[in-house]
Design a protein around this ligand. Structure first.
Ligand SMILES: Nc1ncnc2c1ncn2[C@@H]1O[C@H](COP(=O)(O)OP(=O)(O)OP(=O)(O)O)[C@@H](O)[C@H]1O
Length: 300
């Protein structure tokens, strides 16, 4: 089961929201879609789901176009949460499960399983409006997965969740992946993306500015962070060409350098003067790559 996005473009009047995105996502992958606010992530999701027609290009699942009619194949956690506040959790999920073609006993069985798993079995008979935002999010997640979709699209699944709930959701997503579900998700929280994805696309103003395996991206990225531990004074590094930042933490001096060549140079300078107990070149964090590539400002 392959999800294929080919040269997809979406134009709203004069505005190009998505501009020539391509990606191949294999069965059982967890694929990350990153970008600042307004970069085009939700628009891309809507095209994958068949809720929006691309202006150009195509999205196919096993060679055929996805449409919301093939709804049993797809699970979607939208960014704008869409639960009915006055319905109980059971009523809500029964309604949504029926739309996905499930029988009532199957819905109840799955619902109980998920509520147990999320440690909130007592929510079955609570109205959605009585639940906190984070807990509503868990219910919305259950709504996206209750019918065991083959393709799961999660738009900002971790927003608003505390660390415990966030971990619970991550475990659930991992288990679904193990069971063969193909998962595409967006997140502004780079640590979540680092933990979960093998492949990513980073979007800016509708275009892919970085794409591929996260490991390769990090390996090839020039920006390097170095942690140094020594009793010697290395403050001369502050004005060293190629050193882009210098910070003294409690134990280490942490600097950032432009590339590997500068890292080598710094190594020779620092070690020439005597004993250094630590000199560690770390991979760049996705957070730093994001800031470097996308910048601080939103795209909208
Ligand atoms: N129906 C629409 N009509 C006109 N413009 C739209 C429409 N939908 C989205 N846009 C524009 O397309 C751009 C991309 O929006 P999109 O919602 O895909 O971004 P996003 O990456 O999901 O952002 P966020 O992280 O804030 O959710 C934005 O500039 C937005 O204003």
């Amino acid at each position: 089961m392959t999800l294929k996005i080919e040269q997809v473009r979406k134009q709203f009047q004069q505005h190009v929201a998505v501009d020539g995105i391509s990606a191949t996502i294999e069965k059982g992958d967890i694929f990350g879609l990153l970008g600042a606010n307004g970069a085009g992530k939700t628009t891309t999701f809507r095209m994958i789901l068949g809720l929006l027609d691309p202006t150009e290009g195509s999205v196919t699942w096993e060679g055929t176009r996805l449409s919301y009619k093939r709804t049993h194949l797809i699970g979607y956690l939208p960014e704008e949460r869409g639960l009915y506040p006055k319905l109980t959790v059971k009523e809500q999920l029964t309604y949504l499960g029926r739309l996905k073609g499930m029988t009532k006993p199957a819905i109840i069985k799955e619902l109980k399983h998920w509520l147990e798993r999320f440690q909130v079995p007592e929510y079955e008979h609570k109205k959605v409006e009585e639940l906190s935002k984070g807990n509503q999010q868990k219910i919305q997640f259950i709504a996206a997965v209750i019918h065991k979709p083959e393709l799961l699209i999660l738009d900002e699944p971790f927003s608003g969740l505390d660390p415990v709930n966030s971990d619970m959701l991550k475990d659930a997503v991992h288990d679904l992946q193990q069971a063969g579900t193909t998962i595409v998700f967006s997140s502004h929280q780079m640590n979540n993306v680092e933990e979960m994805c093998e492949d990513i696309i980073m979007m800016k103003r509708g275009k892919a500015i970085l794409q591929g395996s996260l490991r390769e991206i990090k390996r090839s990225y020039d920006m390097k962070r170095i942690a140094i531990r020594t009793d010697r004074d290395v403050s001369f590094l502050q004005t060293e060409p190629g050193v882009t930042s210098y910070n003294e933490t409690k134990q280490d001096i942490v600097i950032e350098v432009e590339n590997e060549r500068v890292a080598e140079q710094v190594f020779h300078q620092v070690t020439a003067g005597g004993f250094v107990s630590k000199f560690e070149v770390e991979e760049p964090r996705l957070h730093d790559i994001f800031i470097d590539k996308v910048g601080g400002e939103a795209d909208a």
